[in-house]
Write a protein that binds this ligand. Sequence first.
Ligand code: FES
Ligand code: FES
Length: 198
Amino acid sequence: MEKTIALRVNGRAVSVTAMADTPLLYILRNDLALNGPKYGCGLGECGACTVILDGVAARSCVVPLAGAEGRAVVTLEGLGSSSAPHPVQQAFIDEQAAQCGYCMNGMIMTAKALLDRNPAPTIDQVRRALSGNLCRCGTHVEILRAVMRAARLLSSPGAHDDDQPDAGADARPDARPAVPADADPCGADGGVRRPADR
Ligand code: FES
Ligand code: FES
């Protein structure tokens, strides 16, 4: 039986009528047109669908709508915009941390939740926080660099951070092409895209 459920999404009061066990991910994407969170596995195992629920990273594919009742949900769209990206998004752009971009929503949202509770994580703490987020393209080194850069950007807003971030001894040179100027790491497509993804 359908139920009307109230929650807050990206700071806005929202009321949704749907089956109470509908995955929150479906509500966000299909009812609220928030396509930042991605459907990957649907089983809570890949992290592509991550949102921040009451300040904690959560996998929206396994959170029933009823589980979000009265709670605050933040999606990728709630962070920044293409013209004014959140520092975490900016850091991912600066480090060219995306290849196909499909995992970016989960990486960015998980990183945001981590940095909210631990503004100066060690590289190992970042690794642990992201260990459940899968990236089939293998951009892990760039992603780690991006999170460390984001921590620095957040600790000194306005600073342009050109220092080499500490991504550990396994950091490797980035041979990929630059992110195109019109790439959108913030909007409905949910991640930095490469020309081949369009
Ligand atoms: S789609 Fe939710 S964890 Fe994979
Ligand atoms: S899955 Fe393609 S960039 Fe991570």
